[in-house]
Design a protein around this ligand. Sequence first.
Ligand code: T4K
Length: 400
Amino acid sequence: MKRPDQWALFGGTPSFAQPLHVGQLNLPQWDQIEVTFRGIFERQWYTNHGPLAREFDIAFARHLGVKHAITVNNGTVALMVAARTLGFDQGEVIVPSFTFPATVQALSWAGLTPIFCDVSPETHTLTAEQVRPLITPSTVAIAGVHLWGQPCDPEALAALAEEFGLALLFDAAHAVGCTHHGRPLGQFGDLATFSFHATKIVNAAEGGCIATNDDELAARAKTIRSFHPGEQYAPVDTRINGKMSEAQAGLALLSLAELESNIAANRQRHMIYQQRLGELPGLRLLTPATDDTSNYQYVTVVIDSERAGLCRDQLARLLDAENIICRRYFEPGTHRLPPYRDDPALRVLSLPVTERLCRDVLVFPNGTPMTEDDVSKICDVVEALLAQAPALRAKLEQVA
Ligand code: T4K
């Protein structure tokens, strides 16, 4: 084991020669990509609802078990199109602050007003109990996030939305391959949106999707997605170019074919993290509930600085120097970011769980290029760092 002065932050050699990032890329072999891209080149059809984009619409709808999967060029556009699809010109939408800013900003783009809600300390998602008191006559929708692929209280939120006649939207950007009570998360809510960004379990470099079982909403979303005259399925005022290109759809199809094996490999690595980090004082690793399944893409750890001996930021700094590039998702909370932070009412808004998670959550690397030995070595490093916490705290103060 390294001595405190031998860690890379204090001049020693990093534990890993190359950086290990959170967004480890799940990509198929080059020869498969080459065949797919050659096909696009030979067809000379690159975008505008080409054959691969249409095939992926169908393949992803089948994967989710929904009637419609309307694929678009990224997860943010999926949220923007979904927010317009709901059909409200104004009104309040209850949404978590503890999320990627796209969830909330997409609502603002659609002219809706986000009402920030705190989340559960167990799942990091909204619960119906937290949402209920925020409902007012101005509320038009609830926008939950299946953060880290954890189900966002889907049945209880659906019941609440029905009770008050509200629309229910789920941001399922993290939740490809995740289920709740045996049902894929894309089946919950009026609309659910996904991301196929390079760092996601299904990687189309960029990509997104809106899933729904509602024919009318699907017709609106498909029309909003494209200005193409052949893509008019419903009367809508505003449209956008959100089309998925053939290159994206080709990658998405290849990546979807590898989803199950990538989940299985993610799970094996996640289990090692669970066994090793779960043993350490002050560290809590989020694990799926027994009747849910996860894609295990996110290794999300909450750090109790009192018990761990180091706070999240101190640990992240030490790991960073060792080339273990963890991420402080999501800091700060969206209500502390522009444009919302300038609202005087939001400056004094208290979301205690959100603030705590923004301070204490650290997401560790996972994904196909990593080996189980890499994970064991990461856990060795974390264990050694925490064992030397008092000495490291003192040294960190010197290099602050
Ligand atoms: N809703 C939620 C809940 C989301 O988390 C997101 C996106 C969205 C909606 C919107 O979906 P998209 O519009 O993005 O489809 C990353 C991703 O860019 C973003 O997709 C994701 N969530 C968010 C959680 O993570 P950053 O700012 O952390 O990205 P970046 O570039 O720092 O990448 C993270 C790590 O991945 C890097 O340290 C290195 C590695 N990486 C990244 C890329 C792009 C690679 O190794 N290769 C690459 O090509 O946001």
